[in-house]
Design a protein around this ligand. Structure first.
Ligand code: ADP
Ligand code: MG
Ligand code: ZN
Length: 471
């Protein structure tokens, strides 16, 4: 039996207003080479100055991912030549990273994080039919790189780890992590070994993968490739490969012999980053609640299921709606159901952002209370929500204007139930024969008759009573 050892290097592009070491703006869609200056172009004599926001963002992420925050860390130059790197080196961090020794729990297993360090992005090459062009707008955009230990064992764990990193970064307000815009990219390192072995075997690395699914496919593919070699008596050589997601294959880029020697050395133009107690405390108190903490709080405080808690916590706006609703006396489960049911359905259907939802948690609380008090049915709440997306009426007003109030009046319900029993003799027979789902069908018919307004619990009781009375 073999197992895979997978280590990820995840790059998160930070949502700062300006670049890491100069005042050029960070813009995703700007005229080519319009956001550049002597510093990010690496002109002689230009001096970098660190954007403080990056330190705060790195500390937020480090705290959220259980890292130690180092009081003193240092920038380092990573030297290599590539046309998208104007300075001929990348400012990164070497031996002294800002955050070290963290972990994330995935399905009860700990994935250790070796470090999180600050670095700058490179420019972008644009390949046309005839030539290759370069756009330096991205050169110098701040990145955080999260480097895991090779503790990930399979694609599922890799997926959960990547989702946790993304949800965490988004919850901390440090990055939107839009993969299609390259704000989250990863390198995948894979080796295989006999189960039970402690030592790691030689690995392969696949660089610059820019979608979750491509990362997972590249892992699956390379684990299979390595297993085949190992099982037939061969051995793995250290390689850097490029994952081609179109043909679903990895191709050799370079072997260990040609692996770059980056000649890291401390960046002489930047002082060490020093984080004193006071600054650390300020960052801690000001940072938004991280995704994992929020998930735990939703489970503990609101008794939400793991799935509901994760799904709501992974969207800042859903989280805010839920928390506000709870402050106004809502029922958590009802609100969670409405968020993940009616509301997310409309958001998807209309291709909206959750930030554009036009009502607040207070209205949701009001609506959930109407449902809990049986004043409207849950189905009717769906209709109320639809109207809430298009007007700014309150749930109560919508219920009144549209006559959506639930029928709990026994005489009215009895009439409906009797009519349904008369019309559905076959189901009545089935019920008498002991087919319990016939009752569900009859309840459904009553709901249909009343356009979803009947109180389903009362209808069920009423039907049972009437059927009992029949012989
Ligand atoms: P390098 O300095 O060569 O980039 P690192 O030690 O920094 O190497 O590791 C880079 C990434 O590769 C980390 O995510 C680490 O977990 C992973 N890694 C290192 N060795 C192995 C291995 N034998 N198998 C799988 N992943 C590995
Ligand atoms: Mg590396
Ligand atoms: Zn610049």
């Amino acid at each position: 039996m073999y197992e895979a050892c997978i280590g990820l290097e995840v790059h998160v592009e930070l949502d700062t207003a300006s670049k890491a070491f100069c005042s050029c703006p960070v813009k995703y869609k700007a005229e080519l080479n319009s956001c550049v200056c002597p510093v990010c172009m690496g002109l002689p004599g230009a001096m970098p100055v660190l954007n403080k926001k990056i330190v705060e963002y790195a500390v937020r992420l480090g705290l959220a991912l259980n890292c130690s925050i180092n009081t003193i860390s240092q920038h380092a130059r990573k030297n290599y030549f590539y046309p998208d790197l104007p300075k001929g080196y990348q400012i990164s961090q070497g031996a002294k990273s800002i955050c070290t020794d963290g972990y994330v729990e995935i399905n009860g297993r700990r994935i250790r994080i070796n470090r999180i360090h600050i670095e700058e992005d490179a420019g972008k090459l644009i390949h046309t039919q005839k030539e290759t062009l370069v756009d330096f707008n991205r050169a110098g955009v701040p990145l955080l790189e999260i480097v895991t230990e090779p503790d990930i064992r399979n694609c599922e764990e890799a997926r959960l780890f990547l989702e946790t990193v993304r949800n965490t970064a988004v919850s901390l307000g440090i990055s939107e992590c839009r993969m299609e815009q390259g704000q989250l990219r990863c390198d995948v390192n894979v080796s295989v070994r006999k189960k039970g072995d402690d030592a790691l075997n030689e690995r392969c690395e696949m660089k610059n993968i820019n979608s979750f699914s491509a990362a997972l496919r590249s892992i699956e593919h390379d684990v299979a490739r390595q297993l085949e070699i190992v099982k037939s008596g061969g051995s793995i050589t250290r390689e850097t490969r490029r994952w081609d997601d179109i043909v679903q294959k990895s191709v050799l880029l370079r072997s260990k012999e040609s692996e770059g020697d980056y000649r890291y050395f401390p960046e002489p133009d930047l002082p060490p980053i020093v984080i004193d107690e006071e600054w650390l405390k300020k960052i801690k108190t000001e940072m938004p609640e991280p995704f994992l903490e929020k998930t735990e709080r939703y489970k503990a405080m609101y008794s939400l299921s793991e799935y509901d808690a994760i799904t709501i916590a992974s969207d800042v706006n859903y989280g805010l709606l839920l928390d506000t609703a709870m402050k106004h006396g809502a029922d958590a489960k009802t609100v969670a159901n409405m968020l993940l049911g009616f509301i997310s359905h409309i958001v998807n259907e209309r291709a909206m952002e959750t930030a554009q939802i036009p009502f607040d948690g207070k209205s949701l609380a009001e609506l959930s209370i109407l449902v809990c008090k049986n004043e409207i049915s849950y189905t009717a709440a769906g209709k109320v929500i639809e109207i809430m997306f298009d007007t700014n009426l309150s749930p109560q007003e919508i219920v009144e204007n549209n006559n959506l109030g639930q029928i709990s009046d026994e005489t009215a319900l009895e009439k409906t139930a009797k009519a349904v029993i008369e019309k559905n003799t076959k189901s009545v027979c089935d019920y008498k024969k002991g087919k319990m789902n016939a009752l569900g069908y009859l309840v459904g018919q009553c709901m249909k008759e009343t356009k979803g307004k009947a109180n389903p619990a009362l209808v069920k009781k009423m039907l049972e009573k009437l059927l009992e009375e029949m012989e």
